[in-house]
Design a protein around this ligand. Structure first.
Ligand SMILES: O=C(O)[C@H](O)[C@@H](O)[C@H](O)[C@H](O)COP(=O)(O)O
Length: 256
């Protein structure tokens, strides 16, 4: 039995080259997934990530009708609220591309009074998408796209939080996020670590310190360091040079 593969780290000199390379990477992942399974399952988190994805708009080779999208984490706010990751993705990307609406899976905000129920409902959406196709105990996303916060959190998995040891649930909720807003749902590690590919995207010098800890000192155990998909899954880091400036970790040249 092999352990997880080491993360592959790319660093780019500008936002534009990072965005261009990320687009190529996503299109390659999409092509492979459609060839194998006829669809492309993606989970996306919030923050600066949706903006990095708008390099896909108008690009040849993107088969939007095959995309099935979930949120890696979502804030429990109405879907048209400024804090909603869905609204962010809609504004940045989904309103500009022909992706069928019923293939974008959102939280049911009408359940917001009962977060257990809301998280269960989102988990049921995942089960409906994956269970009949994959017999595995956990869904196998083709791609999960994540960011990293200054404290090393990723998705809504925060340092020291009890959710870091969740082993069963696919989707969990929290009411105490240190990053506002406090109520959120998130995919759990078992789901993230069963993905075929996880790609982190981080840019800017203000990410340099945390990236050093996440990648050079994984034993510290920051939430982003614990993302280690089981083989044959692979984790990739798409960084810009300022974000990667403190790293000892060996970078891989990007060819695609
Ligand atoms: O909705 C959220 O809050 C996120 O999913 C969160 O995990 C985010 O990805 C990181 O905080 C990085 O955010 P930035 O890319 O904006 O730094």
């Amino acid at each position: 039995m092999h352990g997880p593969s080491a993360p592959i780290v790319y660093s780019f000199e500008s936002f534009d080259t990072l965005q261009d390379s990320l687009s190529k990477f996503i299109i390659r992942a999409q092509r492979d997934s459609i060839e194998k399974k006829g669809r492309f399952t993606v989970a996306i988190s919030g923050g600066s990530l949706p903006k990095q994805l708008n390099g896909l708009i108008g690009r040849a080779g993107v088969k939007w009708d095959k995309w099935h999208v979930f949120y890696a984490d979502e804030r429990v706010v109405p879907l048209d609220h400024e804090d909603s990751n869905h609204k962010l993705c809609l504004d940045q990307l989904f309103s500009k591309v022909p992706i069928p609406q019923d293939q974008i899976h959102t939280i049911d905000y009408s359940l917001a009074d009962d977060l257990e129920n809301l998280a269960d409902d989102y988990e049921q959406q995942l089960i409906r998408e994956f269970a009949s196709r994959d017999s595995a105990r956990f869904p196998i996303f083709d791609l999960i796209l994540l960011g990293v916060g200054p404290d090393g959190h990723t998705a809504s998995l925060f340092p020291g939080h009890e959710l870091l040891s969740e082993e069963d649930r696919w989707v969990a909720y929290i009411t105490d996020s240190p990053k506002p807003p406090p109520k959120r749902i998130t995919l759990t590690y078992p789901v993230i670590n069963h993905a075929s590919r996880v790609a982190f995207v981080a840019s800017g010098a203000n990410k340099a310190d945390v990236l050093k800890t996440v990648l050079d000192e994984p034993n510290v155990g920051l939430p982003a360091s614990r993302v280690r998909p089981i083989t044959p899954g692979q984790v990739y880091w798409f960084l810009d040079d300022p974000a990667a400036s403190q790293l000892q970790y060996t970078k891989t040249p990007f060819h695609m």
